[in-house]
Design a protein around this ligand. Structure first.
Ligand code: TRP
Length: 451
């Protein structure tokens, strides 16, 4: 048994496969499909995809390994894990992580609620002919809140069930299902006549967009969001993992699976939209694009469209569920470790609060968008910066935690140098653009809400 920062006996994943699938479940979610496709459309297609891939590999993977190392090494939730390796003064950072978890979960559940509602529409009654008006009804008010509550109830139930019997069991069943659905959808889109314009848009970069700082900021935020980085989610999952394994391998598997699903999701979304000649909708893309343009496509495809649409939104809901679980688990693990609460109590109280916190996002799409910008541009990028410095400087010997008991690999010191200099330099650069932009968006929101 490994030493534990909390001293108490901790639950563990039952197998390596359980850990990897749960972590992939955290990474793969609405970020890969909803967020990735609307940001790609907003930022000019392939240029954005290229940026995102580069940042995911050069910045995302080193930070993912950093989170895994801290969590597994300490065998504790974020606040305690940071204290374990860095002393008491790092505890507030763990507190910020827990807060970020609440923040993201509050609006993430709202969007996940839309996906549930749309998946059901595929079965009952079909998709509405006027997709834009229908989205307006689904995405705001009590309807949105009701489905958000339903989704959160399921999430809470699973987290309350425990690491092995709740989280791991769900991931082991749902993740392979999700992969099969997404690949199936991509193949279907491939055979649709006219879909080739979608591939061209998605895969050939518009280099005039490549150099803008705003694209860079969106790509960085997306890499963090998609890999579940910057708020201790991966850290928490790794804390239930045994110390026998080499974490570098797991890091590549998790990162690779996440990027692959995002990429394949693009192979579903863009060909489907372009096959039906709806590309004008892509140019003016916003946060609701996936929920307006795609259902329009499904309506035009008739009965087949209903089936395909149902499968598509069910896949989205599945991805959202395993991700929301990881967001809630950060809060729950912290309450269990730090306050001595039972898991059941922590899950219902934390999940219930996050559900209530979602009310403003259910009421206003603009507010939801603002929260998403603040969470990504401020908290995830900032949290990533702090974590990079933590593992780069404050931890005594992080490399020793990658694969305890084995000979150091030659690249390990390079990983640490990356965390000390390159990753922080990049994040400070991006934050310098992201912070003022997010501030301005906040001011604009409250000015228009007030007047
Ligand atoms: N990665 C998930 C997605 O792509 C969302 C998510 C889950 C997340 N846990 C996280 C994002 C922690 C940031 C931090 O949908």
């Amino acid at each position: 048994m490994s030493a534990s920062a909390s001293g108490a006996k901790r639950e563990q994943w039952s197998s390596r496969r359980g850990f990897v699938l749960a972590a992939v479940g955290s990474a793969v979610g609405l970020g890969n499909m909803w967020r990735f496709s609307y940001l790609t459309a907003e930022n000019g297609g392939a240029a954005f995809v290229l940026f995102y891939l580069l940042i995911a590999v050069l910045v995302g993977l080193p930070l993912l390994l950093a989170e895994l190392v801290v969590g597994r090494g300490a065998q504790a939730s974020p606040i305690r894990a940071l204290e374990h390796f860095g002393g008491r003064r790092w505890r507030p950072l763990g507190g910020v992580f827990v807060l970020t978890g609440f923040l993201i979960l509050s609006y993430y559940g709202v969007i996940a609620g839309w996906t549930l509602r749309y998946a059901m529409a595929g079965i009952v009654g079909g998709f509405a002919a006027d997709a834009g008006a229908h989205f307006g009804e689904v995405a705001s008010g009590w309807d949105a809140f009701a489905f958000h509550g339903l989704f959160m109830g399921i999430t809470i139930g699973i987290v309350a069930g425990g690491v092995k019997r709740g989280i791991e069991r769900t991931a082991v069943v749902l993740m392979p299902t999700l992969f099969a659905l997404v690949v199936g959808l991509a193949l279907y889109a491939f055979w649709l006549p006219g879909s080739s314009a979608g591939y061209a848009y998605y895969l050939s970069p518009d280099f005039s967009k490549l150099l803008s700082a705003s694209v860079l900021k969106d790509a960085a935020g997306q890499a963090f969001f998609s890999l579940s980085l910057g708020m201790g989610a991966m850290l928490t999952f790794a804390s239930y993992f045994d110390r026998e394994r080499n974490l570098a391998g797991e890091c590549l598997t998790i990162g690779g699976a996440d990027v692959a699903v995002a990429f394949v999701a693009g192979l579903v979304v863009f060909p489907l939209i372009f096959a039906l000649g709806l590309e004008q909708a892509v140019g003016g893309s916003t946060l609701g694009a996936l929920f307006i343009t795609l259902p329009q496509t499904f309506v035009e495809l008739g009965m087949v469209g209903r089936l395909v649409g149902c499968v598509f939104f069910a896949a989205l809901a599945v991805g959202a569920l395993t991700s929301a679980i990881s967001l809630l688990e950060v809060v729950v693990a912290s309450a269990v470790d730090g306050l001595g609460w039972s898991r059941r109590r922590a899950a219902w109280l934390a999940g219930g609060s996050a559900t209530l916190l979602g009310i403003p996002s259910a009421a206003s799409l603009d507010f939801l968008g603002l929260l998403d910008a603040v969470a990504n541009n401020v908290f995830l990028l900032g949290g990533g910066l702090a974590l990079s410095l933590f593992v780069g400087f404050a931890m005594r010997d992080p490399s020793a935690e990658i694969a305890p008991g084995t000979v150091a690999a030659r690249w390990w010191p390079w990983w640490r140098r990356l965390l000390r200099y390159a990753v922080p330099a990049f994040l400070i650069f991006v934050l310098a653009f992201a912070l003022p932009e997010t501030w301005a968006a906040g001011v604009a929101f409250f000015a228009s809400a007030g007047g």
